[in-house]
Design a binder for this molecule. Sequence first.
Ligand SMILES: [Zn+2]
Length: 402
Amino acid sequence: MPPTERLYYQDSHLIEFEARVIANSERVSGWTAVTLDRTAFYPTGGGQPSDTGTLNGLRVVECIDDTEEGVLHVIQGRAPEVGTVVKGRIDWLRRLDHMQQHTGQHILSQAFVKLFNAPTHSFRVLDESCEIDVDLDTPSNEAIERAVELANNVIWENRLITIRQVTSQEASELPLRKEPAREGDLRVIEIEGFDLTPCGGTHAYQTGEVGMIAVRSWERAKGLARIEFVAGMRALADYRRANQSARATAGIFSAALADTPDLAARMIEENKQLHRRVRSLEEIAARVEAEELLVKATTGHDNVRIVSELFDNRDAESLKHLALSLINHPETIALLGSRDKDAARLIFARYADAPGDMNALMRDACAMLDGRGGGKPDMAQGGGKSVERLSEAIETAAKQLR
Ligand SMILES: [Zn+2]
């Protein structure tokens, strides 16, 4: 069987073609791989996902490069008979997107070579962006932005992109950006006066078609700089998302976009200070509150004072402040609880020399609340889900001490 003639090698903008079916093979139930004598569909390879489209109106969901069988077009449904002529159609926006990312990658990778002599080790087209791993000695925002600027200048100069078929002998005399991955005759992609790279992918006619390139983020990975970038339509989509998010944030601050990072940083700093201030005021308030509660205390064994109190919506830290203020007073035991909509919390604490095992009392109380808790003989904390039994749990603990 002769290999599939790859029409995309000659013309990356060909989206409609006719071809003859030369083989059909059912892969898994309902899915068939169709082989044609010629195709404009690009199969997955070289970091670039495959084209999708239709064959006689049937959806082509993926194309696979099979070294023995040629380009396999995966379709669902009844496959056209071997020998028939079918009409193929490529999803153009997907092809254009892939060409923009892929051609953009040639340009950006060469920009890193020109500026920093830093070769690209790998390239991947992801769902929303692309990644390259660049051997950049000292990656920094400034270095990467310099490469992005050079790449965009090359894009806007709208340089011609041509395909050269060369022998391996001719290739060895060309200043190729990377070593050919295979032996024999080579397909070399030339970006006028800028880049020469052996490649079997689909590329723009001229650099202007790439639109623009932007780097979203970068990080160090395995000794290389992993750079996430977007080109063409993806750059516009990314700008829209970023702009929407920036405007929503600026709206919250009623401020200009450029002012929001400083405002947000200042607000977080103020929030930290306020938090500290609230905690120190709580300690003062807890001392005053403790004095008031002591007046209502009941008396237990050995004349110990028992303060039992139930609050609404009081957080664990605030309850603890109050308990600590109470047990600052000699011969005092604090049995404190707080409830909100779906949780009950408890703290039991006693003055150092007062009687009673707070840990044991807490375990019993938590069992009533269908929860968990514990601690030491002089202080224990816990909680549970049975909010409605909180009052009963505190009263039961108080009874044991009387
Ligand atoms: Zn390429």
